[in-house]
Design a protein around this ligand. Sequence first.
Ligand code: PLP
Length: 404
Amino acid sequence: MTAITLPLEDEVETTAYSESAALLATYKRAPMSLVRGEGVELIDSDGKRYLDFASGIAVNALGYGDAGIAAAISESLNTGLIHTSNLYRTAPGELLAAKLVERSFASKVFFCNSGAEANEGAFKFARRWARKIGTDAKVEIIALRGSFHGRLFASLAATDRPSYRAPFRPLAGAVSICERDIGELDSALDEETVAAVIVEPIQGEGGVRVLDSDFLRRLRALTEKREIALIFDEIQCGLGRTGYFFAYENVGVVPDMLTLAKPLAGGLPMGAVLVSEEIGSTIQAGDHGTTFGGGPLVAAVAGYVVDRLSDPALLESVRENGAWLGQQLEVLARRSGKVRAIRGTGFIWGLDVVESANEVVKRGWDDGLLLLTAGEHTLRILPPLVMERDDLARGLLILEKIIG
Ligand code: PLP
């Protein structure tokens, strides 16, 4: 018989990552297998429940099992059209584009299938436009320190994560990273060579950094003066997460293009590029494309999601509950002594913790709370936008325990 040695109290390990035999190991996955979702909770194959402070990385804004999403999917399926290609007109995509145009600065919308694709599209549109108003030298794309814009070659080149970039060099050319400093940008933004600057109004993966409104206003003034396109990447912070439908609405700065994805189609893959009249007018048939983009099923679901996320009552509850969440996090930080800083707004918050953020996330699995990280020492909280105060409070209690 083998003797079993019990670990000492301080040697007890939290649950470890687990790998599937056949999936390419691009992710470190939690060991539980999720089989159901109900409201703001996920349920694993053992029936254990997890309160969701992650929303599938900012995707599941309406939580799980939303009846309207199910109805939109089933109504769409009843038409028999999941996909037609973009060679033909279909109503759901046109209606969705019209809704986004009506709600924003944009006059045209391009649909694709993910956030990275949306940014790649925006870069192409920026270059198309810049070549038209300038010369063939006006091609540079500038991103900011701390940015995350995706994992494809140009979006990765605009992503400030050395470990994500290094193994895949060479990345797309004429894309560079500049400090989040208006003086540095003033020198870097050469009217002759720069086509666009891309900015997340709140840097999500980069540690939940809310960019200063004054900085964004000055960047807007610079880019406008030098005829450089300003692209807002609202893939993580847009569509209600700040308590405003678009994050830019609360900053008072209007970009020339804006990218969306994550929550747009309720968990179905969809991205979008919102484009100003001026840039849109330089794009012609054949300039860009994608087989699946804006198909009837995803667009029908997104039409419903956009209506829900535009609801003033929902946005107000995100603002109010988000402000309360921020206050509670401050209290938790003071009490625990284990939190160095808190940043965020609405339903997007980052906590710099003393220990490895991953270790806290793992303890969350044990205690039934799903959290995210944003860097080695930053925990990230992105609850579904429909989460009510009692569930937020329940999550905070677990958080305090696992941080402590
Ligand atoms: N931009 C931002 C701000 C993001 O947070 C993400 C994903 O986390 C992306 C772009 C890339 O989106 P996707 O993973 O859908 O390609």
